[in-house]
Each structure stands twice: as structure tokens, then as C-alpha cells.
Write a protein that binds this ligand. Sequence first.
Ligand code: SAM
Length: 187
Amino acid sequence: MKQSQITYWCHEIIRSQAEEGGYYIDATMGKGNDTLFLCELAREKGKVLAFDIQQEALDVTKELLKTHGKEMQAELILDGHEHMDRYAGKESADVICFNFGYLPGGDHNLATTYRTSIEAIGKGLGILKHGGMMSLCIYSGGDTGFEEKEKILEYVKALPGKEYTVIVNEYYNRKNCPPMPVFIFKE
Ligand code: SAM
């Protein structure tokens, strides 16, 4: 496997569910790995919006996309994902991808926080089209603590079952707070 298992797995699930050439949102750009993956899925006719609150994330991602000839495919937005409704229309996106936590190698104080994360998930669900999916990769432990994970799990558990299917995955035999991938499918 070329990528870390968690990223690889989330990408494979997204790829298996999403049609190529669609409209995708990366809600946490970071170093651009998910943005690049979504750009590859988008191909020439699709598009990608990507959000981060740090200019460093936009700079690194821009370079990564350039290296792969994908810089025209994505719009990189310096704003919090809790404002994504200002940039994206209702019920339009095929996939919205969240990878919570902090920028690898960056300032841990600029990590995602549960209030804005939950606000963004709620807005994202309104932006997702019917048949679309949201991928959440939740980290916990260490600097991150457990609050964000617990609050997000509480929130997604309360989503109405007739409108959304929520699948929570677990690395069952791994120690040290492994990441938790969650997939939400909008009916
Ligand atoms: N997807 C990234 C990648 O492929 O490298 C990893 C994302 S990283 C774990 C989490 C990112 O979320 C950080 O870059 C951080 O700046 C960003 N972030 C924190 N709060 C945010 C917010 N309110 N809106 C958007 N991004 C935020």
C-alpha cells in the first residue's frame, strides 16, 4: 500500500461509491492529499472545492496539485469549513471529505474543534446531493483529546435513519487511539 492505511481505505470507499467527473469538497485541505485524490476523481469535467484556515495549507496544496498537473481542477479557499454554504449550492455535491485534526508538522493549536466541525458537517449534509456521501476521518487522543470525537459521534448517531445511513468503522485491535473512519450516505 502506497498511502497510510486510513487514507487509502477512505479513498477506496469514496472511489467505489462516487461517479467520476462529479463535484467534490475537501473540507480540510491540510497538505492536499485528499484534494489531489478528489481532483483525480473529478477528471476534466468535474470540480473540487477545498477549505482550510491556514495559508500554509493552501500553499502546500497548490504546489502538490501543480506537480500533478491538477492546479486548474480545484478552487482552494482560505476559510473555515463552517462557512462552506457561502461557496457551495444546496444538494449539489457528490462527496464531502473531512480529515479532522491539525496540519501535519504544523501548529497543533490550529486543529479542528468540535463546534465548528459539527456546524460544518451539518452544512455539508445540506450541500450533499441525494445519493452523495460524506467521509469523516476522526482522530483522538494526544493533543487532540476525545471531545471532538465524542461530540461528532453523538451528532451523527442522532441523524434521522430515513434520510442518512451512518457507518462507523473501528480499528478493533489497534492500540493508542487509532483514527476512526465514518461514512454518511444521504438517501
Ligand atoms: N486532508 C489533509 C491532507 O490530505 O493532508 C489533512 C487535513 S489535517 C489532518 C486538518 C486540517 O484542518 C489542518 O490543515 C487545519 O488547518 C484544518 N482546519 C482546522 N480548522 C478548520 C476549519 N474550521 N475549516 C477548515 N479547515 C480547518
